[in-house]
Write a protein that binds this ligand. Structure first.
Ligand code: C2O
Ligand code: CU
Length: 441
């Protein structure tokens, strides 16, 4: 029987606080309810979420609900709402229409606010979800700390320019706000892991000592079928849901990020984020069907392109407006009409990777450099490799208003690789036409 939809309320207060990332190692974090990450917000599909936000930071903020198909006015960008000033309050209220792994984060002064911990997970459950023995949420992050555990910004011109170019990567690797996390699993059991990359710029290339796992979901919820693999790239902003296990009692292995070369000044490295230790065997209640759901394709691979979006980097040290969309920094793109299928060619003419993020709507990748993707999925963030073209399809619905898309490497977003655009109601136009028609008679 279908559950009744309800209203789920949360109170979130932002502030600066002391947070222990490891025994005896504390930082001055910024975040929600003095937790890093912020509290997990959770609701069932179709529920209304109400978040009472109090801003106790010393600067203004707004909160974005990454991946939620909410009304434009609740999207948390400076295009749709007033800044929430220090001491100010705001009520976010929206329905969560899709099950999956989402997250929330500051959308103001991101390179500072998110770096310090202004993020948390938002999970939407459905009664038809597969059944696992255990579920874990992992928010991936890294911080750039000095030997007094303070956040650092390079003060010299060249290192500063390099950090902006590369995106800020840190020397301190965190999973759920902790260094060297130990993950205790039980033998014989299979768990659902929801991974969320909340870092500024780090490409997390998941590897579990070569052990296979199954990808079951992406940004916009479940896939059609589980897909077996032993490594997967999770770029900033992206989420993956995987089925992990079963393992045998006594097994021990690291959760690593393999080296990934995204073509910056940084040297790609293989690094350990956590360690898994498998305890005694237990019975399993796993119910992971082969058919998870159906995903209707939005468009064919050869559908006509309706818009081109070009991400480029044009090094200009002087004014720093070198990260661009369609040749300009911080642009206003043309509106789209509700109900008109969008087929966008998103290309990256630069020599480095950029994770492209669309607010408020999911898209399907229908082609990448001439090839169809291996399987269909719903995405809101997709890594566009250097010198690459990705064709995406998405459908603007009745949620008219101002939206945006941008690179989710926070320094690139801040440096200009972003665009605002409107979804407008097509019916207004038709009415105008009808009126003109009457006048002519
Ligand atoms: Cu998670 Cu505008 O982004
Ligand atoms: Cu970028």
């Amino acid at each position: 029987m279908k559950q009744k939809n309800k209203t789920v309320e949360y109170h979130l207060t932002t502030s600066e606080f002391t947070w222990e990332i490891a025994a005896g190692k504390s930082i001055h974090a910024w975040g929600f309810n003095k937790q890093l990450p912020g509290p997990v917000l959770r609701a069932n599909v179709g529920d209304e979420l109400v978040i009472h936000l109090v801003n106790n930071l010393e600067e203004a903020t707004t909160i974005h609900w990454h991946g939620i198909r909410l009304p434009a006015s609740m999207d948390g960008t400076d295009g749709v709402q007033q800044m929430i000033e220090p001491g100010g309050v705001f009520e976010y209220r929206f329905i969560v229409p899709d099950a999956g792994t989402f997250w929330y984060h500051a959308h103001t002064n991101e390179t500072v606010q998110m770096e310090r911990g202004m993020y948390g997970a938002l999970i939407v459950d459905d009664e038809t979800d597969p059944v696992f023995d255990e579920e874990r949420i992992f928010m991936i992050d890294d911080m750039k700390l000095n030997n007094r555990n303070e956040f650092t910004k390079p003060s010299w011109f060249l290192p500063r320019m390099m950090e902006r170019h590369d995106g800020r990567q840190g020397n301190t690797l965190l999973l759920n706000g902790r260094e060297n996390l130990v993950i205790n699993m039980q033998g014989g059991q299979t768990e659902r892991w929801r991974l969320i990359n909340s870092s500024s710029a780090r490409y997390f290339h998941l590897h579990l000592d070569g052990k296979p796992f199954k990808l079951i979901g992406t940004d916009g919820g479940l896939l059609e079928h589980p897909v077996s693999m032993n490594e997967i790239l999770v770029t900033p902003g992206e989420r993956v849901d995987i089925a992990v296990g079963p393992f045998a009692e006594g097994e021990k292995f690291p959760m690593e990020s393999l080296a990934y070369n995204r073509t910056t000044f940084l040297t790609p490295k293989r690094e350990t984020f956590a360690n898994v230790i498998v305890g005694e065997g237990r019975a399993t209640k796993l119910n992971l069907p082969e058919r998870l759901r159906m995903i209707e394709p939005l468009a064919k691979q050869d559908s006509a392109i309706t818009r081109k979006v070009i991400m480029s980097v044009d090094p200009r040290l002087r004014d720093g407006k070198d990260f661009r969309i369609n040749g300009h920094a911080h642009v206003n793109d043309k509106p789209v009409i509700a109900g008109e299928l969008q087929v966008w060619e998103v290309s990256n003419t630069s020599l480095m990777d950029h994770p492209f993020h669309l607010h408020g709507f999911f898209f399907q990748v229908i082609e990448e450099n001439g090839k169809a993707p291996a399987f269909i999925s719903w995405k809101d963030t997709y890594n566009v490799k250097p010198k690459s073209k990705v064709k995406i399809a998405w459908m603007p619905d009745h949620r008219t208003g101002t939206w945006m898309y941008h690179c989710h490497i926070l320094e690139h977003h801040a440096a200009g690789m972003m665009a605002m655009f409107k979804v407008i109601d097509g019916s207004t136009k038709y009415e105008e036409k009808a009126v003109t028609h009457v006048h002519h008679h």
